[in-house]
Design a protein around this ligand. Structure first.
Ligand code: S3P
Length: 176
């Protein structure tokens, strides 16, 4: 069994994923990091040199591979939901947890670093609003949705762990 985190950029997939994997004693896998490792290039360079379509193909290859792991918390890139086949692969062994946050929270969190090519727009808020509107239905299609703007990271992890235990998906050590 794996735990798959989906959600828009800046919803906390990587930071929550790391905390959750430590609690569960699972491996932590970040699909973007795997793509960078595979292509020996940063996400920004992949977009700049080869374009989004090429990135999405690489993303699909990596998703197919990491979906086969066991006992992994898999943090995905925000656009993973755009390809239905990615979700089919990830669901084979994975419970899908969707992280959400308000546009203002996402704006604030993603302002800190400039490593997201899709947000390098003059009007970031407008670009984000448009992308989010297009993707909302995919992010809603999950076993559980948690708003990371409403809780601190420990609380988010707690909510996810409780859900997984309720579903009988994990027998987590419940300390801490
Ligand atoms: C993308 C999100 C990014 C990264 C790429 C495209 C998207 O990942 O995969 O820049 O389409 O939303 P994060 O969600 O980890 O920022």
């Amino acid at each position: 069994m794996n735990v798959v985190l989906i959600g828009f950029m800046g919803t906390g997939k990587s930071s929550i994923g790391k905390l959750l994997s430590a609690k569960l004693g699972y491996k932590f896998i970040d699909s973007d990091q795997q793509i960078e490792y595979d292509l020996k290039m940063s996400i920004s360079d992949i977009f700049a040199k080869h374009g989004e379509t090429y990135f999405r193909q690489a993303e699909h290859r990596i998703i197919k591979k990491i979906s086969q792991y066991n006992k992994a918390v898999i943090s995905t890139g925000g656009g993973v939901v755009l390809n239905k086949d990615n979700m089919v692969e990830l669901r084979k062994k994975g419970m899908v947890i969707s992280l959400s946050a308000s546009i203002d929270t996402i704006l604030e969190r993603t302002n800190r670093r400039n490593n997201r090519p899709l947000l390098e727009q003059e009007d970031r808020k407008a670009a984000m609003t448009e992308l989010l509107a297009k993707r909302a239905e995919f992010y809603a299609d999950a076993d559980l949705v948690v708003d990371t703007g409403k809780y601190n990271p420990q609380e988010v992890v707690h909510i996810i762990l409780n859900f997984l235990k309720e579903k009988g998906a994990v027998y987590a050590k419940s300390k801490g």
